[in-house]
Design a protein around this ligand. Structure first.
Ligand code: ZN
Length: 531
């Protein structure tokens, strides 16, 4: 009964854990490495054909984006996710595949001119469709039997529509252990979705730590403050540009804007037009506007029962085509534009920034995390000018940063989540955070009496004995596709190796003659065994 850490280990993206038990290999998440984490490889660090089942916690690409690659490499099993996650995965994996194809085509165009061999995309739209064809829809809290000894169920993680933590039970050689995978733990009081559900017991917990070192600003007064920015900008004849993640954040903002309109908080242009300008956001808005039974929070359910669509209102326009998007820049009427990408690194938002950043009557509102080195971060940090499409653009628009809206629990929320376990688990594995944050949050848990540890990439833990067999490496890129198998004999050997190091340290300060003899013996031993 072993747990192997294949991603988001002292990193934020690329979530992937593998449970080996009862002769099966079960993956929990198969995410893409993104941003700075994705500089190197996105190949799989194991053989896809040796995986027996995949459980996906939620649709974000850093938890799901290598599913098409898994299928491309020969995976033929089922992919379990909640119904809403399945719906979102269908559009998000296709979008991700489309980006992979476009990126590869662009790289190859440049590569041809430089005389390089053409490269294949990481995966194609056809691979994404094949992965979507393997999805199995599950409901929250309904047990799913994977094999004779392994069963699991999803509980609501309150992070994104359909997001889940996984409770998994393994029975092997008469021993039963329960392992909880937190997935991404949500923030409280987010619109549309429910708060994270409490879990009370587990033998082992694998938990995220994205914001393990900070507290969020409170979410109160979000709507009136946002309305004030709208009021000021629209009254001056400017546009409000909101770079927004297409899935989740865009729909949360639509929920707030509907409320703003209902409460008539923007008086200068009460029926102001709002444009959602992103094909992925358009598709996601369709899903969020559909049947959310079993997924939405009480307020949203009440609205739907009362015959209201919580994210629709008069003046809402969805731009599907590039022509509709371009037409927005020629229309002088003041308006609100939500477009992606959320960090302004790609997509239609860059066109809207080019047309609006230089106008002092316009506003840019950031409503999500801006990673270091992105255009969004530069603007949020107050850059006076930026380059867009080879053109220098002066930043004269007002820049606002609404930090309170976060899909992730902050430090307090994470501590509350783990604090809800009635008995302390045998070990907490802290993952999904930058290196210092994973280690710092694990230390914090240790101070609170937990046995906690931040595994490295390819770390291996034996869950029947609660031993760490491999500590894993610092974040590094995958070089080979060899599956990681740790036999018990090999584990014994690595323990013997560590004991040897201890004995060496004990001999510090010994007689030179003795130390030389000891070194000769180790050299002879290594000579015999090194290959
Ligand atoms: Zn997520």
């Amino acid at each position: 009964m072993q747990l192997i850490f294949y991603g988001a280990d002292k990193e934020v993206t690329g979530s992937c854990h593998c449970l080996e038990a009862c002769g099966e290999r079960i993956l929990v998440d198969c995410g893409l490495q993104q941003g700075a984490d994705g500089d190197g490889e996105n190949r799989l660090p194991f053989y896809a054909r040796q995986i027996d089942a995949v459980i996906v916690t939620h649709a974000h690409i850093d938890h799901s984006g290598r599913l098409p690659l898994l299928v491309r490499n020969g995976y033929r099993g089922k992919i379990y996710a909640t119904g809403a996650t399945c719906d979102l995965l269908k559009i998000m994996l296709l979008d991700s595949a489309h980006i992979q194809e476009v990126d590869a085509a662009n790289a190859n165009r440049k590569g041809r001119r430089a005389g390089r061999e053409p490269q294949e995309p990481l995966y194609t739209v056809a691979d994404a469709q094949a992965a979507a064809g393997r999805l199995v829809r599950c409901s929250y809290e309904s047990p799913v039997e994977l094999s004779g000894g392994i069963r699991f169920r999803f509980v609501d993680a309150g992070h994104l529509l359909g997001s889940a933590s996984v409770e998994l039970w393994v029975r092997e050689n008469g021993l039963e252990k329960k392992i909880v995978f937190s997935g991404d733990i949500g923030n409280r009081n987010l619109p549309i979705i429910r708060d994270p559900q409490v879990i009370r017991e587990a033998d082992y917990v694998v938990m995220e730590s994205t914001y393990g070192d900070r507290e969020h600003e409170p979410l109160e007064n979000y709507v009136p403050q946002l309305a004030e920015v709208f009021e000021k900008t629209l009254a001056a004849g400017g546009n409000v540009i909101i770079p927004s993640f297409a899935v989740g954040r865009t729909q949360e903002l639509l929920y707030f804007i509907r409320e703003m309109k209902e409460r008539r908080l923007v008086r200068s242009v009460p029926d102001f037009p709002v444009y959602v300008d992103s094909p992925l956001a358009a598709a996601a808005t369709q899903i969020y506007g559909g049947d959310l039974t079993g997924y939405a929070d009480e307020d949203t359910v009440r609205l739907i029962r009362g015959g209201f669509n919580p994210i629709r209102f008069s003046g809402l326009h969805i731009c599907e085509s590039a022509e509709e998007s371009k037409a927005l820049n020629e229309d002088a009427a003041p308006k609100v534009i939500l477009s992606s990408s959320g960090m302004c690194e790609a997509g239609r938002i860059r066109h809207h920034l080019k047309h609006n950043l230089w106008r002092p009557e316009c506003s840019v509102v950031f409503a999500g995390y801006q990673a270091n080195g992105t255009l969004g971060r530069m603007l949020a940090d107050g850059a006076a000018r930026v380059r867009l499409f080879g053109e220098e653009i002066a930043v004269r628009a007002q820049i606002y940063n609404f930090r309170a809206l976060s899909g992730h629990a902050d430090r307090r929320g994470l501590l509350d989540w783990i604090g809800a376990f009635e008995k302390k688990p045998a070990r907490v594995f802290v993952v999904h955070g930058e290196r210092e944050i994973c280690e710092g949050f694990a230390d914090e848990l240790v101070r609170r009496g937990f046995r906690a540890w931040a595994p490295g990439f390819r770390a291996v833990a034996d869950l029947s004995t609660n031993e760490i067999l491999e500590e894993g490496a610092e974040p590094q890129r995958v070089s080979a596709q060899k599956p990681r198998r740790v036999s018990s004999a090999f584990a014994r050997l690595t323990r013997a190796g560590r004991r040897l190091m201890d004995v060496i340290r004990e001999n510090e300060g010994g007689a030179n003659k003795d130390l030389a003899k000891f070194a000769d013996q180790i050299d002879a031993l290594c000579g015999k065994w090194s290959r």
